[in-house]
Structures are given as structure tokens and as C-alpha cells.
Design a binder for this molecule. Structure first.
Ligand code: GRF
Length: 247
């Protein structure tokens, strides 16, 4: 087992970052968060990191997009800055937690590790359904009866990389977009640390299967862990009916 050093990238409220910080603080995360990077100066997640004495950096993509007429130029300069920042820390994995920018193949190459990159992402839908920026909205308005959360390695596509972990939650007839987001987010906060711990413990085997790179989770407690998460997803309906709700 290795304790991993994580760089967490955010763009917004940072509840996933907070979940990782909480697990780190309670000793349940087999990783440390050594740096937080945001593409927006107003991301609330920056405050969460600062409160926990984690170094924070802003690489203002919007500013760079105004400065450079070509999008790829702006992104190139942004990523160069980020790589410079990360080089001051010993970063094992980059964890995207609501980071709303695509990373270029050039950036990913810096983190190439065998068949995958040491960059992971959490996506609020059951991939490969509903990639992109509106996972909850797309799931809900499609009329799905189950939604899902995916943690995956990042590849050159948008939300196309090898899946590490997934969990599903029910969408009940009286649900709204707001209630499913609450239910999903509270699952995100459990799944992301779990997947990081699987990586740290060496439980994520990566292999080629036909044309695709896939993972196999070798944790002997895998089914019990998944049962627990799904039980939580099912019981969250009652929390909501009682006026509660988590996330
Ligand atoms: C989450 O739903 C995550 O899955 C998606 O962006 C959202 C970020 O939320 N990629 P937060 O900033 O962690 O609260």
C-alpha cells in the first residue's frame, strides 16, 4: 500500500474536494491532498482548501481566453502554468473534482503511466451514457429510472477513459432534478475516496480487452462495499420523505 499525493482540480463549490479532505483528516483516505488548482478565482472550493492549509493556485482560463485569440493557445498556456505549479509538489495523481476544462493530450502525456494516465475524474452519470457537462440533467430529462456515478481514468476523449468504479441510484416517480442531484452527490462523496483507496492499495488492475483498456478491481471486499453504497442510495428516498436529504 502506498499513500498517494493528490493534486485536486476544481472549478466550483468543491463538495467532492471537501469529502476527500474530510476522509483525509479522519485517516480514511490513503492519500494526502498536496495542492488544489482552480480555473476560476471565485471557486468556493478554494476556501475549503485554504481552511485546511492546502496550497491553492488559480490558473484563470477565462483571462487567458481573452488574451489569446485561439482557444488551443489559451489552453496551452494554462496547462503550461499548471504543469509548472505541479512540478513544485510530488504529485502521484491528478483528481478532477468538478473541473470544467478538458485537458489536452500534451498535458495527459506528462502523467502517462503504462496503459493509463495518472489523472482521474468523477462524472455524475453512468458512463458511457451521458458524457459532458450535464450528467444529472441529461439523466433526469431522458427519463431514466436509474442514475449513476462513474469514476474513471482520464484519456484523450471527453469522459471516455477506463472506468474504475460505478454506483447507481434509483430515480423515483416523484423525484425532481434537485432531489436526484442530492442523492447522487452524496454517493459521489463515497465513491471518489473509495476509488482512490483502491488505487493506493493496488486493487485496480489495468488491462487491454479487445480495443479497450479496462480495469478489474481485485478488492476481496468489493461486493460488500458496493452493496453498502447501493443500500445507501435506496434508503436516501426515506431521508428525503422525512424532510432530510444528504449531500
Ligand atoms: C460533481 O457532480 C462532479 O461529478 C462533476 O461536477 C460536480 C462537482 O461538484 N464533475 P463539486 O464542485 O465537487 O461540489
Amino acid at each position: 500500500m502506498t499513500k498517494l499525493n493528490l493534486a485536486v482540480f476544481i472549478s466550483g463549490s468543491g463538495t467532492n474536494l471537501q469529502a476527500l479532505i474530510d476522509k483525509r483528516n479522519s485517516g480514511e483516505l490513503l492519500a494526502d491532498i498536496v495542492v488544489v488548482v482552480s480555473d476560476r478565482p471565485d471557486a468556493y472550493g478554494l476556501k475549503r482548501a485554504e481552511r485546511n492549509n492546502i496550497p491553492t493556485f488559480v490558473v484563470d482560463y477565462r483571462k487567458l481566453l481573452r488574451k489569446f485569440p485561439e482557444r488551443h493557445q489559451a489552453y496551452y498556456h494554462a496547462e503550461e502554468k499548471i504543469i509548472g505549479i505541479l512540478s513544485n509538489f510530488k504529485v502521484d495523481y491528478v483528481c478532477l473534482a468538478g473541473f470544467m476544462r478538458l485537458l489536452s493530450p500534451g498535458f495527459l502525456q506528462v502523467f502517462k503511466d503504462g496503459l493509463v494516465h495518472r489523472v482521474i475524474n468523477i462524472h455524475p452519470a453512468l458512463l458511457p451514457s451521458f458524457p459532458g457537462q450535464h450528467g444529472y440533467e441529461d439523466t433526469f430529462y431522458y427519463g431514466c429510472k436509474w442514475g449513476g456515478i462513474t469514476v474513471h481514468f482520464v484519456d484523450e476523449g471527453e469522459d471516455t477513459g477506463p472506468i474504475i468504479g460505478q454506483v447507481v441510484y434509483p430515480i423515483w416517480p416523484d423525484d425532481s432534478l434537485e432531489t436526484i442531484k442530492k442523492r447522487g452527490l452524496s454517493l459521489e462523496h463515497g465513491l471518489y475516496p473509495q476509488c482512490i483507496n483502491w488505487i493506493a492499495r493496488g486493487f485496480v488492475q489495468v488491462q487491454k480487452l479487445g480495443n479497450r483498456i479496462v480495469t478489474n478491481i481485485t478488492d476481496p471486499h468489493y461486493s460488500a462495499i458496493m452493496e453498502e453504497m447501493i443500500k445507501k442510495a435506496l434508503s436516501s428516498k426515506h431521508e428525503r420523505c422525512d424532510g432530510g436529504g444528504s449531500g
